[in-house]
Each structure stands twice: as structure tokens, then as C-alpha cells.
Design a protein around this ligand. Structure first.
Ligand SMILES: [Zn+2]
Length: 87
């Protein structure tokens, strides 16, 4: 365990950037809606880093994305696919 782990946060992604992960540099594939960022910034964080540094936040992100998809799908009269970000 280390004290200087990155602080992550979930923000509503509406700027549709396609930046690499702020932590590991891996390519991210961000979508509109709730996404993972470095806290206090608009720097994207990939889900691998999310699972590594803040699994609880990832579980929350999974819930928020599911709700987001559910609302979107409902507006089209469809059923949303299941969001699976954490085990
Ligand atoms: Zn990463």
C-alpha cells in the first residue's frame, strides 16, 4: 500500500476528448456520461487504473453508467446492455 495513490473521481464527461490515461498512458475510449478522471481535473483515467487504485469508485461508476445507459435505452424503447466494469 502506498500513500500517494492517485485520487480518482467520477465526472459527467461532456467534452468528448480522446486523451490517454493520465496515470499509465494507455489509450482510453471515453464515452459521454459518467467517466473516470483524476480528481479535480478533466484528465481521463482508464478502467484498469481505476480497478487498481479505487475499486470502490469503479463499482460506483458501473452503477452510474448502468443508470445512464438505462435512461438512454429507455428513450429509444430499448433495453440497455449490462455494464460490467468490476467483478
Ligand atoms: Zn491507466
Amino acid at each position: 500500500m502506498t500513500d500517494n495513490k492517485p485520487q480518482l473521481a467520477i465526472y459527467d464527461n461532456n467534452c468528448a476528448t480522446n486523451d490517454p490515461c493520465a496515470i499509465c498512458g494507455q489509450r482510453t475510449d471515453p464515452e459521454v456520461g459518467p467517466e473516470l478522471f483524476l480528481a479535480g481535473t478533466w484528465q481521463l483515467v482508464c478502467y484498469d487504473c481505476g480497478r487498481q487504485y479505487d475499486p470502490e469508485l469503479m463499482a460506483q461508476l458501473q452503477t452510474e453508467r448502468q443508470e445512464f445507459y438505462n435512461e438512454l435505452a429507455a428513450s429509444w424503447g430499448k433495453v440497455a446492455p449490462q455494464v460490467k466494469l468490476v467483478d
